[in-house]
Design a binder for this molecule. Structure first.
Ligand code: B12
Length: 464
């Protein structure tokens, strides 16, 4: 995104834009400052790259940083040192107008004071970071594996999916998906805090929420009736067993002779209180030596096909409100699609919970057996595992969903991940990882340690 400051005209370059294009547009449009927004951790590296490029090309304009995975610390430690112009992390978009006004102010004193203060602030953060000491203790990866989450596999029979291989869904019914929308995060994306539907009763945001919800309903109706968006998905099931080194082997057939792919997971390494395991997702798949024939599921869904045309139409009419509303609805539909597909997997395609009857609130509260962790989420924070996922399901050919070099998905309203069926499988956070696990992971993935450290940057317990 490039911000212009003539009454805050915004030149929105959209998603996943390479550094060169951003900087060329900044020059062509004569903007006063550049703003970057990062959703997933790989975009943090892209931001560092943009800052370096701004420096290399002699830019001096301010660079604003925001988005779900960004932080003041990352901005201060990684981005700001790369660029001598002003760099400011803005946690909350509502503050961006004030920040932008100061940075573009004709009051030279106010402007330079603000820049100086921010620079001092970031220098202090870097200093603190250098001197930080952690009271946390980490186990070696060997010790952590010895303290894995123990499932009693004796007598366990893994449910067999109704098919093996992949299944493609071309144009999924949007009306059906709309019933699975969790509206609470929709309000959160507009910075309206509260749970749906209680939020309507809230004294401060109740009325605004109701208005927003009504507007969203009207657009959603048109999206469904006029087929503004197309929903596509691909799912697959594969015979699988866990190895002793936190990976999961996938076999080409039920003879389980040939390993044709491997998933690589990460284990909690921080020392736990007695009796608490150091969990890894591979703990929820039957280990190879048990002889149990287990399976894993894989999925990719998107509801963003067709959105660009409508967003552009709204933007051309200077109707940013509806453009943003539509994007938020597409995101909600993508989550709803992941939810609905997971339900069908449990009840139909894997079929281990055929008689499950849960209302939408119970689905939101995940009161079902099995999980669907997505690469990038806290239980599996490393994004390149999506590349394996793309190969397994031939995602691009089967659906058109693309994976960028930095492992973001296009269209943006997309979710991809794994299905685990074991009733004890659960979500958790790997927490920070020590160097021995990073080295082990690099070896398992066929990466250099430097590459592994780059992809795991947000979860390392040490600085590189
Ligand atoms: C909504 C959401 C989605 C939606 C929409 C994504 C999209 N198109 O934007 C969907 C369902 C599609 C999605 C998908 C995925 N998501 Co998601 N998602 C979220 C969620 C729940 C909210 C993000 C959000 O929109 N917040 C509302 C906005 C308004 O807030 P915000 O982004 O923080 O921005 C505010 C400020 O930062 C600031 N700001 C933002 N940008 C800028 C820029 C400037 C210049 C300025 C000044 C200010 C500013 O203003 C905003 C308002 O105050 C977060 C969790 C969370 N609670 O943050 C996870 C989260 C971002 N997702 C995550 C992940 C991993 C994914 C997936 C990779 C999962 C997967 N494997 O499928 C995919 C990636 C999609 C892709 N295209 O590649 C992780 C990222 C973690 C990581 N380590 O990378 C998060 C943090 C969840 C988690 N706890 O793990 N996701």
């Amino acid at each position: 995104m490039v911000l212009g400051c003539n009454n805050y005209d915004i030149v929105d370059l959209g998603v996943m834009v390479p550094a060169d294009k951003i900087l060329d547009a900044a020059i062509a449009e004569k903007v006063d400052m550049i703003g970057l927004s990062g959703l997933i951790t790989p975009s943090l590296d892209e931001m560092v790259h943009v800052a370096k490029e701004m420096q290399r090309r002699g830019f001096t304009m301010p660079l604003l940083i925001g988005g779900a995975t960004t932080s003041r610390t990352h901005t201060a430690v990684k981005i700001e040192p790369q660029y001598s112009g002003p760099v400011v992390h803005v946690l909350d978009a509502s503050r961006s107008v004030a920040v932008a006004s100061t940075l573009a102010s004709s009051d030279e004193n106010a402007r330079s004071n603000y820049i100086l203060e921010t620079k001092k602030d970031y220098a202090a953060i870097r200093e603190q970071r250098l001197n930080r000491t952690s009271s946390k203790k980490y186990l070696s990866i060997k010790e952590a594996r010895a303290n894995k989450y123990k499932i009693d596999w004796a007598g366990y029979q893994a449910p067999r999916p109704t098919f093996l291989g992949v299944k493609v869904f071309e144009e999924y019914d949007l009306e059906e998906l709309s019933n699975y929308i969790d509206w609470t995060p929709f309000f959160a994306s507009w910075e309206l805090k509260g749970k749906y539907p209680d939020i309507f009763l809230d004294e401060t945001v109740g009325e605004l929420s109701r208005q927003l919800f009504n507007d969203a309903q009207s657009i959603l109706r048109r999206v469904i009736d006029e087929k503004w968006l197309t929903a596509k998905a691909v799912i697959g099931f594969f015979p699988a067993n866990a190895t002793e080194s936190d990976s999961v082997e996938l076999y080409s057939d039920e003879g389980r002779g040939g390993v044709f792919s491997k998933l690589h997971f990460l284990r909690q390494q921080v020392e736990k209180t007695a009796g608490q395991p150091n969990v890894c997702l591979s703990d929820f798949i039957a280990p190879k030596q048990t002889g149990i024939e287990d399976y894993i599921g894989v999925f990719a869904v998107s509801t963003g096909f067709g959105i660009d045309k409508w967003v552009k139409q709204f933007e051309d009419n200077h109707d940013d409100y509806n453009a943003i509303l539509l994007k938020a609805i597409a995101d909600r539909l993508a989550e709803a699609f992941a939810e609905r597909m997971h339900e069908r997997v449990r009840k139909e395609f894997w079929g281990y919970a055929a008689s499950e009857t849960l209302d939408s609130q119970s689905l939101i509260e995940e009161k079902y057996d099995g999980i669907r962790p997505a690469p990038g989420y806290p239980a599996c924070p490393e994004h390149t595992e999506k590349r394996t996922l793309w190969q397994l399901l031939d995602v691009e050919k089967n659906t058109g969903i693309k994976l960028t070099e930095s492992c973001a998905m296009w269209p943006a309203s997309a979710v991809s991940g794994w299905y685990f069926s074991h009733p004890e499988s659960k979500y958790f956070t790997t927490g920070q990882l020590a160097k021995d696990q990073v080295e082990d992971y690099a070896e398992r993935k066929g990466m250099t340690v430097e590459q592994a450290e780059k992809w795991l940057a947000s979860v390392l317990n040490y600085d590189v």
